[in-house]
Design a protein around this ligand. Structure first.
Ligand SMILES: [Zn+2]
Length: 88
């Protein structure tokens, strides 16, 4: 006879094992992709190369944002002045 209870027990054991074997929550270094602690801030590993690269990226992003702001300001100025000229 097949013991259904035992089979069910074994199945639940196996599924528990699978769900337990899942990786704990973690993040990856933005630069090299190495696993790091989920609380890491900034999202890079402790290697100096990655820290330097991350700093460079942040600086570039900041500079980019400033340039975008300047361009947006110029376009807004041209747009507004052309509207004002039409009104006056
Ligand atoms: Zn890294």
């Amino acid at each position: 006879m097949v013991d259904v209870k035992k089979i069910k027990e074994n199945v639940s054991k196996v599924t528990n094992k699978i769900s337990n074997s899942k990786l704990p929550s973690h993040k990856h270094c933005r630069i090299c992709g190495l696993s790091i602690s989920p609380n890491a801030d900034p999202r890079v590993c402790k290697s100096q190369e990655c820290l330097d690269q991350h700093e460079k990226n942040t600086r570039n992003e900041k500079q980019m944002r400033i340039w975008m702001f300047i361009f947006f300001g110029i376009f807004a100025f041209i747009f507004l002045s052309s509207i004002l000229r039409q009104i006056v």
